[in-house]
Design a protein around this ligand. Structure first.
Ligand code: GLN
Length: 196
């Protein structure tokens, strides 16, 4: 018996690593490029990449409205980095005309870390996935600058900045868990997809 059928939005960005993690966890993984692809999955990863490009392509491919509808209907979604930006209801420092899909009642600031720390790795404590620390890779990462009342901050930097949030079946992370063999966030997505 195969695991839940889930998709990875495959318009641009780091798609392959997510496919690998999900496949290793036993999921039936589909690449999502068209509305029909989205209709066939019960959970979705929005990968890292360039959020303004993914935004434009999602509109060009007719995926924006189906994605928004799927999120509104409760489809479990894991967004990493650019994927977190896409899930945010409010965006700071987007390019002119950049839109998000929304779903998470948060404000996210794009490229929030200055040039010296454009990319860095650190270990984070994230109780939502258990005791072992999460090895997190940040690449031109966004930060969550404000959270609404129904949003849980699940990951923070030592300084306190919020880098992981959960609201219902939506999880957004500033960092990339998929690059270092971390599988627990994808596990949460598959658990939610099984329940949905
Ligand atoms: N800075 C990118 C953006 O604005 C995100 C970087 C990433 O996904 N690694 O979309």
């Amino acid at each position: 018996m195969t695991g839940p059928r889930v998709g990875v939005l495959a318009l641009q960005g780091g798609v392959r690593e997510h496919v690998t993690v999900l496949t290793d966890l036993g999921a039936d993984v589909r690449l999502v490029r068209r509305p029909e692809d989205l209709a066939a999955v019960g959970g979705l990863v929005l990968p890292g990449g360039e959020s303004s490009v993914i935004d434009k392509l999602s509109r060009a491919f007719g995926l924006r409205d189906p994605l928004r509808a799927a999120i509104a209907e409760g489809m479990p979604v894991l967004g990493t980095c650019a994927g977190l930006i896409l899930l945010a209801d409010r965006l700071e420092d987007g390019i002119a005309g950049q839109q998000t899909l929304g779903g998470l009642d948060v404000t996210v600031r794009r490229n929030a870390f200055g040039s010296q720390t454009q990319s860095f790795e650190t270990d984070l404590e994230v109780a939502a996935v258990g005791e072992a620390p999460v090895h997190a890779t940040f690449i031109r990462a966004p930060i969550v600058s404000e959270v609404g009342p129904s949003v849980e901050a699940i990951a923070r930097l030592p300084e306190g900045g919020i880098v992981g949030v959960r609201q219902g079946s939506l999880v957004g992370l500033s960092f990339h868990p998929e690059l270092e063999g971390e599988t627990r966030f994808h596990g949460l997505l598959l658990d939610a997809a099984r329940r949905a």
